[in-house]
Write a protein that binds this ligand. Structure first.
Ligand SMILES: *Cc1c(COP(=O)(O)O)cnc(C)c1O
Length: 425
């Protein structure tokens, strides 16, 4: 209805624009590799330096525009102080927004800073979250140990069963929080169904997309409200920085920004530079991670000494159909597999491998390998580990961008060494 009251309300609606941004260049019509290279990059007009400089400063000269922005509550759109905003942050945020198809993004000092600030911004005292036990340990600890201290609560349920998720919704539920692809068993959260559920119950849907990245699925395009990433992993991809991101509508991101200011987890300008530089090869790297992982998954599944392989691109994955329909890029560089002979043989296998480095974390150009039972899921009891499917001999592999022939040969020699056959003369 277009009556007077409505006009008055419309007057109150501030027009929000994409960004904040250093320039108006939009790369929305381009594909991921083009966006990775060009979006957000700031070519300095004063020096004509090609590429975003590192704006290593804590503060900025105040001028009329910045005083006005402070006065009008638009501090996010002006350079005032580097925790609030810095050209190096804006640049990489714009590249991320372009890749996520988001109006706005914020970069944080870690994935956990992004996740905790985002949740605290969206929740009030008394709010309830529905999530899953199959989430990153740090996130689980935040939800389980800290929410109740603020008078909030959480229910953990299945990430794949929409009926179970709906059954966990309460009158005070505000947020559905899940990971698009879970660690370490690579369960796929059905995003379209989750979004429909969120709409039905008027809830915000937040997705941690660290394992898939915007190259493989863009949750915002499917109707998810906010997407968070540990930039430490694939986005940066070189195992040399800690960072986090959140992307979504300008309105929602503007509501998270004050929480970031209070919690203080802004990204340092030098880390911004490294992240933006790494993102230039993001699409290129993801293609190779995806291709290598699929081939290695085929190889492992065909090997008699490997009991079971978890990979969304294998027909044996119980959500193969969903992977086909939901993932644009196929199917991430993460593989988990169980070796015959339990954890003892799993440890032996790791010791014989020459290329994959034995380390926690993931998404680097180098293959990384670890055992979930004594790394990412170490805080769980044996019974809890069994319940979510962490069996004896389970290995988690982040497949790097090495030549696939070299990786397969390395796994072949290592498996042969573990399962040495008696030579029959
Ligand atoms: C690593 C990780 C995080 C935490 O990110 P940090 O950058 O280490 O703070 C969150 N979610 C997932 C899925 C992760 O793998």
């Amino acid at each position: 209805m277009n009556n007077k009251n409505n006009l008055w309300l419309n007057d109150l609606q501030r027009k929000r624009e994409k960004g904040p941004t250093l320039h108006k260049a939009s790369y929305s019509e381009f594909n991921d590799s083009t966006k990775s290279v060009h979006a957000g990059q700031y070519n300095d007009p004063t020096t004509r330096a090609l590429g975003t400089p590192i704006f290593q400063c804590s503060t900025f000269y105040l001028n009329e525009a910045s005083y006005k922005a402070i006065d009008e509550g638009r501090g996010r759109d002006e350079m005032i102080y580097s925790r609030y905003g810095n050209p190096s942050q804006w640049s990489v945020q714009e590249k991320l927004s372009s890749l996520e198809n988001a109006e706005s993004s914020i970069v944080f000092s870690s994935g956990m800073a992004a996740i905790s600030s985002t949740l605290l911004a969206l929740l009030d005292k008394g709010s309830h979250v529905v999530s899953s036990r199959d989430i990153y340990g740090g996130t689980y600890n935040f939800l389980y140990e800290d929410l109740y201290r603020y008078g909030m609560s959480v229910t953990f349920t299945s990430p794949t069963n929409i009926e179970a998720i709906e059954a966990a919704i309460q009158e005070n539920t505000k947020v559905l929080y899940f990971e698009a692809l879970t660690n370490p068993l690579l369960k796929i959260t059905p995003l379209k169904d989750l979004v429909a559920l969120g709409k039905k119950h008027n809830l915000r849907v937040i997705i941690d997309n660290t394992f898939l990245t915007p190259y493989n699925v863009k949750p915002l395009e499917l109707g998810v409200d906010l997407v968070v990433n540990s930039a430490t992993k694939y986005l940066n991809g070189h195992s040399d920085l800690i960072g986090g991101t959140v992307s979504g509508s300008r309105k929602l991101i503007d509501s998270i920004w004050p929480q970031m200011l209070k919690n203080g987890g802004s990204m340092d300008p030098h880390a911004c530079f490294l992240l933006e530089r790494s993102l230039k090869t993001f699409a290129l790297r993801m293609r190779t991670h995806n291709d290598n992982a699929l081939q290695l998954a085929y190889f492992l599944e065909a090997n008699e000494n490997i009991k079971r392989v978890y990979y969304p691109g294998l027909l044996s994955h119980n959500q193969y159909e969903l992977a086909q329909s939901q993932m644009k890029g196929k199917y991430s560089g993460m593989i988990s597999f169980e070796v015959q002979g339990g954890n003892e043989n799993a440890h032996k296998l790791l010791s014989y491998l020459k290329l994959p480095k034995e380390a926690t974390s993931l998404g680097g150009v180098e293959s990384l390998i670890s055992l979930p039972y004594n790394t990412s899921q170490a805080s769980l009891t044996k019974v809890q580990q069994k319940t979510i499917g962490i069996n004896e001999g389970l290995i988690r592999l982040s497949v790097g961008i090495e030549d696939i022939e070299d990786l397969i040969l390395d796994f072949e020699q290592a498996i042969n060494n573990v399962f040495k056959k008696e030579l029959v003369c």
